[in-house]
Design a protein around this ligand. Structure first.
Ligand code: SF4
Length: 74
């Protein structure tokens, strides 16, 4: 089942860690705040779930939440 990815833009400090680890899914917008650019990149196999979870775990402000099969994993 697809991961549900949520970014708390108020918590994001724009470090870019997430877009480094999973550039197909995360990017920084013009304000330097992270956005999910293509959650479908997971389904298309362009990014692995492991990399997206690593990206979320590596967020210095814990701004990224991931829910898998209804269970919060990050
Ligand atoms: S890793 Fe966290 S703080 Fe850094 S850009 Fe991504 S969401 Fe923002």
């Amino acid at each position: 089942m697809a991961l549900e990815i949520t970014i708390d833009r108020d918590l994001c400090m724009g470090s870019g860690n997430c877009s480094f680890w999973a550039p197909g899914v995360f990017d920084l917008d013009d304000d330097g705040v992270a956005v999910v650019v293509d959650a479908g990149a997971l389904g298309a196999g362009l990014e692995s779930e492991g990399k997206v979870i690593l990206a979320a775990q590596g967020c210095p402000t814990q701004a990224i939440s991931i829910v898998q099969d209804g269970v919060k994993v990050v």
